[in-house]
Design a protein around this ligand. Structure first.
Ligand code: TYM
Length: 328
């Protein structure tokens, strides 16, 4: 049996080149080698307030972007988390074996809760739901960006704890990071991660940004006081622009050095801008075709949920039996 891959994206904010290079581009590459499930995690998104209409629209937009980026629905399943209730059910069962202290240590919880006036219990429990997404399908490989590595360690800890309490039940999921692009930084501030929820015009390049806006955002990116590219002394802003170029172009480090050493920052930015535009343009065209009407995307999502539900339900059934929760 092929090993299973699972990953997910929240349908909140605008999908950006960090999400693409950290996660999606990797999914597209590995989908043919594994049995793949890609989730649109709306139950994670509502851990902070979402406008209901916008949330519904974002789910379809995200599915369209998965498809336009090259996720092949004949090969992979695209699933809206809430349409398979077993995700929430397993999350509760796993909550009961997860010590509070493990959740209190999560850096994303600390950062996100600091930004909220009132912190919902769902935000605290967020990583358990994520562990449930993965363990529900006995996924062996989870392709994500670097910011998710702590959550994945927690998923393994929860799996291990469950296995030792109730007997071997879960496969241990391994984290798969891309070699380049695992942590794309904000273009306005290269010391912080590019983030969907960040405010400010120059922060991110969204996958659906028009070409002129992409060029403008990249031309305005923060660099450093050097005049030209020097691989030994460059600051984080230049390193970030080079990483973005390298990840999109698929160049080796030697190729990067040979091409960019000594290039003035203005020219560097022009080349990065053109590279990003040339890679996003075909995705945007496919997106427009795919989402011309809802029916195709909705069918893909229905098929996805139908295909994975039996796997999810049988895991929940097994977990309930192991825990002694009543089943027929
Ligand atoms: P989310 O929606 O924040 O991000 C989706 C994916 O994009 C990656 N990513 C980045 N990669 C590189 N540079 C960046 N600046 C950057 N920002 C985001 C993330 O690492 C992620 O892979 N908790 C998850 C969603 C989730 C999930 C799962 C993931 C729910 N269940 C199960 C894997 C498996 C999240 O909020 O991702």
């Amino acid at each position: 049996m092929k090993s299973r891959v699972l990953s997910g994206v929240q349908p909140s904010g605008n999908l950006h080149i960090g999400n693409y290079l950290g996660a999606l581009a990797n999914w597209v590459k590995i989908q043919y080698d594994y049995e793949s499930i890609f989730c649109i995690v709306d139950l994670h998104a509502i851990t902070v307030y979402q406008n209901p209409e916008e949330l519904r629209a974002k789910v379809r937009e995200l599915a369209g972007l998965f498809l336009a980026s090259g996720i092949d629905p004949k090969q992979s399943r695209i699933v809206v988390q809430s349409t398979v209730p077993a995700h929430a059910e397993l999350a509760w069962l796993l909550t009961c074996v997860t010590p509070m202290g493990w959740l209190e240590r999560m850096t994303q919880f600390k950062a996100k809760s600091a930004a909220q006036e009132s912190v919902g219990a769902g935000l605290f429990q967020y990583p358990v739901l994520m562990a449930a997404d993965i363990l529900l399908y006995q996924a062996g490989i989870v392709p994500v960006g670097e910011d998710q590595t702590q959550h994945l360690e927690l998923a393994r800890d929860i799996a291990q704890r469950f296995n030792s309490l109730y007997g071997e039940t879960f496969v241990m999921p391994a984290t798969s990071l891309p070699l380049v692009g695992a942590r794309v930084m904000g273009l306005d501030d290269p010391t912080t991660k590019m983030s969907k929820s960040a405010q400010g015009a120059g922060h991110l390049v969204a996958l659906l940004d028009p070409p002129d806006r992409i060029r403008k955002t990249i031309m305005r990116a923060t660099t450093d006081s050097n005049p030209a590219v020097d691989f030994e002394t460059m600051g984080p802003g230049v390193a970030n622009l080079l990483a973005i170029f390298q990840a999109f172009a698929g160049w080796s480090s030697d190729q990067m050095r040979a091409h960019f050493t000594g290039l003035r920052y203005g020219d560097l930015k022009k080349q990065v801008g053109e590279m990003v535009v040339s890679k996003l343009d075909p995705i945007q065209q496919r997106f427009r075709e795919i989402t011309a009407d809802h029916s195709y995307v909705d069918q893909v999502l229905r098929d996805g949920a139908e295909a994975v539900a039996p796997i999810a339900n049988s895991t929940v059934q097994l977990v309930k039996q192991r825990m002694g929760v009543f089943t027929w």
